[in-house]
Design a protein around this ligand. Structure first.
Ligand SMILES: *Cc1c(COP(=O)(O)O)cnc(C)c1O
Length: 498
């Protein structure tokens, strides 16, 4: 192994983790002896309860156990996390500090509205900032995931068509490169999904789209377009595509999970889209992964405003933030209360700390970093489409599979031995042996150089010692996992061994 990476490889202290540490009779606390008569709970509660089998450990052993577990965890704060389409950027600690202020954390959603005007003001300010960044007329912060934002937009489309007596429109078009949540959201809303192919340059195929519209125009409710696409490419014909869909009476949704490529630089609302979703947990400063809170805020144009989830958060004629429940055409609530309020606080802290003058630096640096990585790796891992990328690059490892039987997955697993989190693999589905790398704007040149160097070394290894890659990772506490089995028989619960 290259000298420079030797140190990283050795970082993991012990290759074996002993998980079961219980020892009968050992306790972590000393309770005073009982001075009152003992009670038989089974008799008292009229139930038969079995013994609780809990691990028996001292306090120190428990503390060590969890501290050691935390050391083998990997996150943005321990290393580079280039997981494409996920925007695993560093989120400044100041935003956590602000979201932790007791004035925010101690609020209860059942308090009388009149007791939290400040919280409503926070929501209005986030909405105003996001409306300005995206070019939409109104924002709703209610959806609690990207997929939930997609679904909410489709529900709005459905309500819009129904209000116009066009409820029979049954098809949603989705590009073949789209994130799996897109067709899933459409299906969830009762729509039939039809795929739009990708052309030779990586754009949505406009000629094919025209063909579909010619035949099915009156049955199409809308199109879900991801921009930049999941190929990391800026769609070059968005305006024409939006026009084509509008001509047949449909609406266009922008999957805005890739907003990190556009913040402060360009606005989907200006491109012709009718609605979009944003992932606050990707672009606007809530750390994510592992199932934490999400916010899939949506932006809509005027024609969809009447249908927005209620209550809407807005300003009254005096400029005061307020809740408006009088929404006769609303699709109703899509989440309890106001979505993930503390994420909205984080987003506001993040937006204000950049300020309107500097916020474009997010997307500019994200795009610069991704293009830097794409150029540096071009010779060993060519991009799926040879043109400048946006905030992420999609490379193909196809030649290593053909020549040496080494797959994208093997290369990614080997990266773990070099101390890096793997990129996204096999997505989008239309790229063979896809490796999708999203460096984000928060990484410095030195980190990107080291990452690229590791990948270049691994590609060399692929040709001379392919088995090294097949077996990787070998430096960690667990080796290669059976991911299919892990999905099918997920077992994350500790059970007593008795
Ligand atoms: C992440 C992502 C989504 C879904 O967001 P969730 O919050 O995971 O539901 C949708 N589309 C794209 C392109 C994404 O990257």
């Amino acid at each position: 192994m290259n000298q420079e990476f030797a140190g990283i490889k050795k970082r993991v202290p012990s290759p074996k983790l002993v998980f079961e540490k219980s020892s009968p009779g050992r306790v972590g606390c000393n309770l005073p002896s009982i001075t009152t008569p003992e009670v038989d709970l089974n008799q008292e509660l009229g139930e038969t309860r079995s013994e609780l089998h809990l691990p028996e450990l001292s306090e120190l052993e428990v503390v060590r156990h969890f501290t050691n577990l935390s050391h083998i965890n990997y996150g943005i704060e321990t290393g580079f996390y280039p997981l494409g389409s996920c925007t695993m950027k560093y989120n400044p600690k100041i935003n956590e500090r602000v979201a932790g202020l007791s004035g925010f954390t101690q609020l209860h959603p059942m308090q009388p509205v009149s007791t939290y005007p400040g919280a409503i003001e926070v929501m209005v300010q986030v909405q105003e900032f996001l409306a300005e960044l995206t070019g939409f007329d109104a924002i709703s912060l209610q959806p609690v995931a990207g997929a939930h934002g997609e679904m909410t937009c489709l529900m709005l489309m459905k309500a819009y068509h129904a209000a116009k007596g066009q409820g029979s429109r049954r098809i949603i078009l989705v590009p073949d490169s789209a994130h799996g949540t897109n067709p899933a959201s459409a299906a969830r809303c009762g729509y039939e999904v039809k795929a739009v192919p990708t052309d030779a340059n990586g754009n949505s195929d406009v000629a094919a789209l025209k063909g579909i519209l010619d035949g099915l125009g009156s049955e199409i409710a809308g199109l879900m377009l991801t921009n930049p696409s999941t190929l990391g490419l800026f769609e070059t014909q968005i305006e024409e595509i939006c026009q084509l869909i509008h001509n047949i009476g449909g609406l266009v949704f922008c999957d805005g999970a890739n907003m990190n490529a556009m913040v402060g630089t360009t606005r989907p609302g200006d491109h012709g889209f009718d609605c979009m979703h944003l992932n606050l947990h990707k672009t606007f400063s809530t750390p994510h992964g592992g199932g934490g809170p999400g916010c899939g805020a949506i932006g809509v144009k005027q024609e969809l405003v009447p249908f927005l989830p209620s209550p809407i958060v807005c300003r009254n004629s005096n400029g005061m933030a307020q809740l408006d429940f009088e929404r006769p055409e609303s699709i109703g609530r899509v989440s309890p209360y106001f979505g993930q309020f503390l994420m909205e606080v984080r987003a506001l802290a993040y937006l204000l700390s950049y300020g309107k003058e500097h916020i474009h630096l997010i997307s500019e640096c994200a795009v610069l970093n991704a293009n830097y990585v794409q150029e540096k790796l071009k010779k060993v891992l060519p991009p799926a489409f040879d043109r400048p990328c946006t905030h992420e690059c999609v490379l193909t490892a196809e030649k290593y599979k053909k020549e040496f039987g080494v797959r994208a997955l093997d290369i990614s697993k080997r990266l773990i031995d070099y101390g890096f989190h793997p990129p996204t693999n096999y997505f989008p589905l239309i790229v063979p042996e896809a490796m999708m790398i999203e460096p984000t704007e928060t990484e410095c040149k030195e980190t990107l150089d080291k990452f690229c160097e590791a990948l270049i070394l691994i590609c060399e290894e692929a040709s001379v010692q392919p088995d090294l890659l097949h077996q990787a990772p070998t430096s960690q506490i667990v080796g290669r996992l059976d991911e299919t089995l892990a999905v099918k028989q997920l077992n994350v619960r500790w059970k007593p061994s008795t």
